[in-house]
Design a protein. Structure first.
Length: 204
């Protein structure tokens, strides 16, 4: 979600990140190192009608932009990339490589469950905020992805819309979020589904 426009409603809901660490081991002798998952580029985000996207660097750690719905789960090494336009639209992608496909499947489910229940948790913790979530369905890419929407409106009139997706390829999980001021009518669902498919396709 856009960092600047959500200061009143959602920034206060950010969950404190937990420290995460992973023991790194050397690959077997003669084995080629696995390539790191690739991230979305600015041109692969839903097109903005009046402004181009700018992509930040790929950075270690869990992005605070996801704090309104997702908290960092300990025991994983996260990497993320933030995107912005010149106006009120922003996006972020976080990717994590787990130890196995089974662990990735479990992590993807936990993230998707957190997105699915986000609206209820926002309303429970913030009486001044009304929130509604929508399920836009699954995507047939690699081991699967699901797209959901979240609309929030404060008692003082601020209204924001976000699209979030969770996808998996083997032992790698990615989460993508797009957000701006507005409501469900302003959400580029079809374009975001394309972005999500690209994100999962690029994991390896």
């Amino acid at each position: 979600m856009p960092m600047r426009t959500r200061a009143g409603a959602l920034t206060a809901l950010t969950v404190a990140a937990l420290a995460a660490g992973t023991v790194l081991t050397a690959p077997p002798a003669g084995a080629a190192p696995k390539a790191s998952p690739r991230f979305l580029s600015a041109s692969e985000l839903p097109p903005h009608p009046t402004s181009g996207w700018t992509a930040g660097p790929v950075t270690d750690g869990f992005p605070e932009e996801l704090g309104s719905c997702l908290a960092e789960l300990p025991g994983y090494d996260y990497r993320h990339r933030a995107f912005r336009t010149e106006l009120e639209t922003s996006a972020v992608q976080v990717t994590v490589v787990t130890g196995s496909a089974a662990k990735a499947k479990a992590l993807a489910k936990r993230f998707d469950d957190a997105v699915r229940t986000c609206a209820d948790r926002i309303e429970e913790s913030s009486p001044d905020v009304r929130a509604e979530g929508r399920d836009y369905g699954s995507l047939p890419v690699e081991e699967g992805a699901r797209v959901r929407g979240l609309h929030t409106e404060t008692s003082w009139g601020a209204t924001d819309i976000a699209l979030l997706s969770v996808g998996r390829d083997g032992r790698t999980v990615t989460v993508v979020e797009w957000g701006q001021m507005g409501d469900f009518d302003d959400a580029p669902v079809a374009a975001f589904k394309k972005t999500t498919t690209t994100a999962v396709d690029k994991l390896y």
